[in-house]
Design a protein around this ligand. Structure first.
Ligand SMILES: Cc1cc2nc3c(=O)[nH]c(=O)nc-3n(C[C@H](O)[C@H](O)[C@H](O)COP(=O)(O)O)c2cc1C
Length: 173
């Protein structure tokens, strides 16, 4: 009953590479820029992020259902071939081509809650396509955004050109 965007969270450490579809992703703090990601305790990604100390999150566009399905397929082999040609974050984590935004994060903390682990990441690099149309997940199905019905009164719209990049310096670190 809660509409969300769809992301692919990924990490690489010493030749081990894994990516998963994740909707449990959210902003936590603006200063410093922190994000939250919840991932299953039993999955391979958690171990790799723990070892790497970094992860990357790509926000999928409305035309990226296939990528979403690929990254949600349990037990597949994420060989280097599967991500060949993909751009890598500085940590080596693959960034999904055609994503409408991505974040590279340094792992700040992790805490286990039930069958998932909550990761807090410090955003050290980020990029967004200001005109990107997101893939939306709602009631077990995929959607694209409908018409905007009102401007937000709470949060001022960022004044960025299309395809803006924020790096560590821009984030005040
Ligand atoms: C729409 C959707 C959202 C998902 N969100 C999450 C999530 O937030 N966290 C998570 O751990 N798994 C999530 N999953 C499941 C993982 O994508 C899936 O279990 C993972 O690819 C399996 O990887 P494994 O081979 O490590 O088991 C989601 C799957 C789908 C289809």
């Amino acid at each position: 009953m809660f509409a969300s965007g769809v992301t692919v969270a990924a990490a690489r450490h010493r030749g081990r590479l894994h990516a998963i579809t994740a909707t449990a992703f959210a902003s936590l703090s603006l200063d410093p820029p922190l994000v939250l990601l919840a991932i299953a305790n039993h999955g391979r990604l958690l171990k790799i992020i723990r070892d790497a100390g970094h992860f990357a999150v790509s926000v999928l566009g409305s035309g990226q259902r296939q990528v979403c399905d690929w990254a949600a397929t349990a037990g597949r082999d994420d060989t280097e071939n599967a991500t060949a040609g993909m751009r890598a974050a500085r940590s080596g984590a693959p960034l999904i081509p055609g994503a409408i935004a991505w974040f590279e994060c340094r792992l700040e903390s992790l805490s286990r809650h039930g069958d998932h682990t909550l990761l807090v990441g410090l955003v050290v690099d980020a990029w967004a396509d200001a005109d990107g149309d997101p893939l939306v997940y709602f009631r077990s199905g995929y959607h694209q955004l409908g018409a905007r019905i009102a401007e937000s009164t709470g949060v001022p719209e960022a004044d960025h050109p299309p395809g803006y990049r924020v790096d560590a310096a821009g984030l005040g670190r």
